[in-house]
Design a protein around this ligand. Sequence first.
Ligand code: TXA
Ligand code: MG
Length: 351
Amino acid sequence: MGSVSDESAIQQVDPERPDPDVLATAARLLHEGHLVVFPTETVYGLGADARNPAAVRAIFEGKGRPATDPVIVHVDSVVAARAAVSEWPATAQALAERFWPGPLTMVLPRSAELPASLAAGRSTVAVRIPAHPVALGLLREAGIPVAAPSANRFGRISPTTAAHVVDELDGVFALLIDGGPTPLGVESTVVDLTGARPELLRPGGVTLEDLRDTLGEVDHLDRHVTAEDQAAAGPGTLLRHYAPSTPTALVEGGVELVAHLCSSLERRGIRAAEVELPEDPSEAARVLYASLRSADTSGADVLLVRTVDPSGVGRAVNDRLFRAAHGRVLVDAGPDTLERLVAIVERPAPD
Ligand code: TXA
Ligand code: MG
């Protein structure tokens, strides 16, 4: 491969058996301070050498991400995870044994070896060992901790295919490793182990039930929302995360309610489209972001989407839908509901 300094290169690989030459090139680019996009089992990540403050800064700039929102550090082993943190409690060991490699991120006290900027100045750091053979192969080849948020513009929908990444971040990264669609479809579970009790900050691939099974009590605020100006207090809990450009509302009700709302809007000259998701929560997770992206380009004035079965990864799907809808939940077909919907179209979400 030639110079990649001023344009983004894309290399396709077999997701199960990635070409070692591609991984070697990607590892070299990371060592040189470039950004590399790679698939994980959850979503695509925009990676940089976590020890290099300039490379970490390039992630924030490339995504348009506020410096107040910390990123996850990806490692290839428990030994490497322990090097990224300054304390390794028994809870971390138990979770690592059961869920790593996998879609679980732990927040722990940060090692002084890592730049404060990747943790948005906090004394903590988020770490995980991803399970995807491409991510794991790259981490092993590079032999360094890799900071990687989801490879999308800040506040937008996370990418589950290489095309999604190119749509938003072309020119930002030196190399994109295309390993096809990511298998899980929603981001990792984030659990904070620095408080008196473990707290689930973001539901994801590892369920709350799984966590409670390992740790006993785990705190969790459903539909936890942090105001924009308090982002530093609750990163990842902003309402404008994971959002389509088209105004979106979450419907707690059956297909009949959605059909009724669509036809009522139609009569007022407003085009509403339903984002239809599969019944099965795992299937819904897998297609969630691609479905939101395609609905977003359908030309509708407003998108309606129903909550899914909250079991398993369904909790994570509903969490992302709630944020995609900027917290706007509709529960019945009354006149108030219709007026709220019209207002949503006329006054799109606060940005
Ligand atoms: O599945 C995933 O986790 C993907 C793939 C690429 O690994 N990554 C991802 O990263 O979703 P990002 O940056 O989009 O989301 C990281 C989440 C955010 O909600 C962030 O606020 C939270 O983790 N987070 C990171 N560091 C934290 C910290 N020190 N304390 C609390 N929350 C933290
Ligand atoms: Mg993200």
